[in-house]
Write a protein that binds this ligand. Structure first.
Ligand code: KIV
Ligand code: NA
Length: 268
């Protein structure tokens, strides 16, 4: 089988096939995720929390992202059907066009196929530059963890109708600017479904209900390794005596057949 590309993802949305996205930060899990059928591996800056032990993603720097992207790229290359690798640009590494291009160059040269940035229409100049230079971009709206200090905590976003309308308008502006994928995190299910239906590009949800085109979870969360508070949108797939490989396969199967997420994993 061939590798997953941006056109593959567009085709999956057009054919209404759900897309499975999962984070991974090393070669072992990248290969396992791709072999389980995960289409997009996100080298998320969530590594600041799950690997580095920080309480937010703010301490993660571009060198950390380059190191983990390179590890993931090597493992993914050994999979039977490699996934598309998306790398987060970390906190304060894409505030200007110059800085953004330099950060994107580093993770793309480390093996990413796409970069992800958190924010709304202020990102348009950066997205335009990246797109012109052949770098596919995923935008991330809703709960954007790099902005936790501004948001005042890890809270559901887009609850009132003005905020919901603004998120829809921002999504459309980002698509028009050239993004190929959009992540919606902790957004009411109904709003996420409305945004997904209004866009041609695939929308990836986390805590955004079943109406998006794709789902993403943090690897450690879906393996039940989350200590302390477990977010509502998390499902532990490491049940019923499953191996890690079986848990990953169950995640992909449940995303594909719509079993995950259930209503209980979303926000009203
Ligand atoms: O860093 C990450 O893992 C993410 C996902 C939660 C979308 O950005
Ligand atoms: Na992230």
């Amino acid at each position: 089988m061939t590798t997953i590309t941006i056109p593959t993802l567009a085709k999956l949305k057009a054919e209404q096939e759900k897309i499975a996205v999962l984070t991974a930060y090393d070669a072992t899990f990248a290969q396992l995720a791709a072999d389980a059928g995960v289409e997009v591996i996100l080298v998320g800056d969530s590594l600041g929390m799950v690997l580095q032990g920080h309480s937010s993603t703010l301490p993660v720097n571009i060198d950390d992202m380059v190191y983990h992207t390179a590890c993931v790229a090597r493992g993914n290359a050994r999979a039977e059907r490699p996934a598309l690798i998306m790398a987060d640009l970390p906190f304060m590494s894409y505030g200007t066009i110059e800085q953004c291009l330099e950060s994107a160059r580093k993770v793309m040269q480390a093996g990413a196929h796409m970069v992800k940035v958190e924010g709304d229409d202020w990102l348009i100049p950066m997205i335009t530059s990246l797109t012109r230079q052949g770098v596919p971009v995923c935008a991330h709206l809703g709960l954007t963890p790099q902005a936790v200090n501004k948001l005042g905590g890890y809270k559901v976003q887009g609850r009132d109708s003005d905020a919901a309308d603004a998120m829809l308008a921002h999504s459309q502006a980002l698509e028009a600017a050239g993004v190929d994928l959009l992540v919606l995190e902790c957004v009411p299910s109904e709003l996420a479904a409305r945004i997904s239906a209004s866009l041609t590009i695939p929308v990836v949800g986390i805590g955004a209900g079943a109406g998006t085109d794709a789902q993403v979870l943090v690897l450690q969360d879906m393996l039940g390794l989350n200590s302390g508070h477990v977010p509502k949108f998390v499902k532990n797939f490491m049940t019923d005596g499953r191996t890690v490989q079986q848990a990953l396969a169950a995640y992909v199967a449940e995303v594909k057949d719509g079993t995950f997420p259930a209503a209980e994993h979303g926000f009203a």
